[in-house]
Design a protein around this ligand. Structure first.
Ligand SMILES: [Ca+2]
Ligand SMILES: [Ca+2]
Length: 114
């Protein structure tokens, strides 16, 4: 019985320690425009967002990233912004990466390279 209690205490300690470490180690990043979540903003994100908005497609979308203009909803405005950003010639920028739980006010704007 003592051995079981010892292991249970050890297990509890590991769980408590992991709970303290994991949120910091895996703090999420929001990357507006990276709709498919592959850490890049590219043509595939336009396709993924277009299919997501149209419906009827089996497409994986990161909703936080899909909100490219950060207005709190994912809609055609985000698609237009993303398309203009990627195609270029519209002087559009994206907010840049920022940590989940922050407003992103201090994020460095993401400027496309053309
Ligand atoms: Ca992407
Ligand atoms: Ca939006």
């Amino acid at each position: 019985m003592r051995k079981v209690l010892k292991y249970m205490s050890l297990l509890l300690a590991v769980v408590v320690l992991a709970a303290a470490i994991v949120p910091t180690a895996f703090a999420a990043t929001i990357f507006p425009g990276d709709v498919d979540g592959n850490d890049a903003v590219e043509n595939k994100d336009i396709t993924a967002l277009r299919q997501h908005l149209a419906g009827g497609y089996s497409v994986s979308v990161n909703e936080n990233n899909a909100d490219a203009n950060k207005d709190g909803s994912v809609n055609v405005k985000d698609l237009v912004l993303l398309r203009r950003y990627i195609v270029g010639g519209y002087d559009e920028t994206l907010p840049g990466k920022y940590a989940t739980g922050t407003s992103g006010e201090n994020a460095t704007p993401w400027v496309p390279i053309h």
